[in-house]
Every structure is written in structure tokens, then in C-alpha cells.
Design a protein around this ligand. Sequence first.
Ligand SMILES: Cc1cc2nc3c(=O)[nH]c(=O)nc-3n(C[C@H](O)[C@H](O)[C@H](O)COP(=O)(O)OP(=O)(O)OC[C@H]3O[C@@H](n4cnc5c(N)ncnc54)[C@H](O)[C@@H]3O)c2cc1C
Length: 392
Amino acid sequence: MKYEHLYVVIEHEGGKPIPVSLEMLGEARRLMDGYNSKYGASELVVAVVLGNNVRKLCDELVHYGADAVIYADSPELEYSRNAVDTPVLFQIATNRDLVLKFAPMSTGFVKPRYMFFAADNIGRQLSSTVVGFLDSGLASDINKLAISDLEIKHEHKTKGQGMVYERTLEMYRPDFSGFLWTTILCLDNRNPAIAKEFHPQACSIIPGVFAPIERDATRKGMIVDYAPTFDPASLKVKILSRKIVKSSVDFDSKKAVVSFGRGIKESPEENIRMMAELAKELDAEVGVSLPISKKPFPVSENISSMYMTPDRVVGTSGRKVIPLLYVAAGISGAMHHLAGMKESGFVLAINPDEDAPIKDECDMFVKGRMEDVIPVLIEELRRLRPALEARR
Ligand SMILES: Cc1cc2nc3c(=O)[nH]c(=O)nc-3n(C[C@H](O)[C@H](O)[C@H](O)COP(=O)(O)OP(=O)(O)OC[C@H]3O[C@@H](n4cnc5c(N)ncnc54)[C@H](O)[C@@H]3O)c2cc1C
């Protein structure tokens, strides 16, 4: 077959897989087990690793569900650079000789059937450039997947005829702040006037939504080495030194996080000061929704630079937090935000809209404006403080 196997592009930090890599492998394993039994096939989950001296990682990926690992090792691949990684991944995804090493029956291989990337800063960019090189389509920020046979009738794709598309990857993503689910399909053009095949069917996957499979050290898989070639032009950008800047935002050691979103809009400056005061009372860290980090409302410079910052974002584009208490004020509860806080111990949401999705994700919902509710909370915390401290 021209299109076979599911390729998972692995991200790692010096040989340690980042969590979404194992989550993607877990979902790939579940999907391909179902696929192989449904279609009587024996297509594989293939992990793809770029790195330098990280061979041990390949064994680990087999323990987490990969049937085969393609490993490109080079000092040039130590740190991710899009201009370097994109052509290497393109070479790998179109290399039949490599595939024949772990799947000798794949003699007609042209490109992978499916391909997964992480929906993080690196993977979002990489997925678009690699899939662009592969001349196919990409669905970004996916949080649910299925493989099925679909009857499609489309003015352009099928010239208005009803046709069955077998083995189609249905890629679901939350849109309009999570209020709408969209299913994205990457379908061949079967209309003869515009005939074209689109493979791999590819997507980037939101971190934290799929579970890895349980590690099984007895799982066996094949590791295939690949010696990449580099176009000198792609190596123009050099990484001379690399320093991970530690954020002063401390989500890890604080037992509570109080977050605010666009619901601050009526009096942004006063509301942010009020949330900071609540954080102080609870000895909590302050978090924000993604739109707040884009500084959507005019506030004084010191408030903006202190609170409307990317390192305070909770969610798929920011941090995952697991405090004992999470307060969400003026936050609607979009899927992207929920992914970053849903494992919190107790969630208190304050919102005047009782249809806001956060209501389904919280332990206590206070229907009301933050301007009315937060001052009462602060006052009550101050009133109770002496009694609480006496109990310590
Ligand atoms: C690829 C991608 C990645 C994303 N990543 C993230 C991410 O990591 N984190 C994230 O947060 N978002 C992320 N988003 C954006 C996300 O989809 C939502 O758009 C965003 O979370 C909505 O922010 P919000 O809740 O502050 O605003 P809104 O959705 O506008 O909600 C504001 C809420 O405030 C309430 N409100 C109004 N007035 C008051 C008041 N006086 N008091 C109290 N409440 C009030 C409203 O009822 C409403 O529910 C991402 C989106 C995309 C496409």
C-alpha cells in the first residue's frame, strides 16, 4: 500500500520524553490496535526521534507502545531548530528503505498513513512545516480521535457524488473557546477535475488529554537508525548557548492558585488588584487565561507587566497546575484552559453566566460578578484568620 503506519514525532528534553510524547504514543497504540483488528491489517505505531546520544529513549518508547522507532542521531539535532528538523522529518517520512527494515511487507510505501505531532510551541510549528513539505493537510490542537469509514458527499471533493472514504482519521478540536466541536477530515480529492491524494492525515495533539499506556518493559520493538543529511543552508542558525530561564511565577509550591480571565473587563485595573489581594490572603499564586496575556485591556504598566504575562497562563498554551484550591474568576472554562487546571483538588468558579462551561468542571459555582463576590471572600478570610491561625 502507498500509505501505511502511524508515525508519532517524539519531543524530549535531552533524552527524557516530555509527557505529551507518551500520551500521543498511548493514543496511537489504542487507535492502531483497533484499526488492525477492524481491517485485518498489521500496520505499526512508529515513533520518530531526532536527537543526539539519546538511544536509550528509543527503548523507552517501545515500552510505551511503539512497534518501531526511527532514530536520527546527530549533534545538529541536539536542540530543536525548525529549519533543520523539518527536512530531516520529511526525509524520514518518505523513505521506503527505512520502512522495509521494520515492515518488510511495505514494498509500496510512499508516505505514512497518519502522523501525530505535539500541540506545543515546537510541535505546532513543526507540524505545519513538515506536513507542508509532505503536501498534505494538518488539523491542529486535536483532543479526540477516531478511525472510521465515512460516507461523504461534497461539491468539490466528490463532485457531488456520495462516496465512502475508508480508514479516515476523524480529528476533533474545540473551537470558539470550546463552545463548538469541529471534526476535521483530510480527504483525497476524488473529483477527476481536481484529483489529488492527501497523506499523511496529520494532526497536532493537545498535551494532557490522552493517557499513556502502562509502561511494559517486556514489550519488544525494532529500533532503526537513520543517518540524516543536512542542507548547509538549513544550518545557518546555530545555538551557541542555551539557558532555561526560570519563571518567578510559582505554581508548584503554592497550595492555591487564583486565576482571572476576560471577566475583569468592567474595571480591569481594580479587578486585578482585587485578585492579587485575594491571592495574598490565601497565600496563592496568580494565574490568567490566555487572552489576558495578550493585554486586552488598558491597565497601568506595573499591573500589566506583573500579571498580564505568558508565564501566568494556565492551559495548553501555558502551565498545567494541580493546586489544592483553584479559583477561576471571570473565566468561561474553554477546553484549552480546563486542560491546565482540571486536576486541581477543589475548584471554585465565580461567573454571572450559569451556562459557562466552567460550571460543569467546578466543585462550587458562585453565580455572580467578581466585583461583588471577591470582596466578600476577602473580608470573610480576614475575619476567619485569627481563628484559623489559633488552630495551627
Ligand atoms: C490553540 C489555542 C490554544 C489556547 N490555549 C489556551 C490556554 O492555554 N489557556 C487559556 O486560558 N486559553 C487558551 N486558549 C483560548 C481559549 O480557547 C479561550 O478563548 C480562553 O480561555 C477564554 O478566556 P476567558 O475565559 O478569559 O474569556 P471568555 O471566554 O471571554 O470568558 C469570560 C468569562 O467572564 C465572565 N464574566 C463576565 N463578566 C464577569 C464579571 N463581572 N465577573 C465574573 N465573570 C464575568 C463571562 O460570563 C465569561 O464566562 C487557546 C485557544 C487556542 C485556539
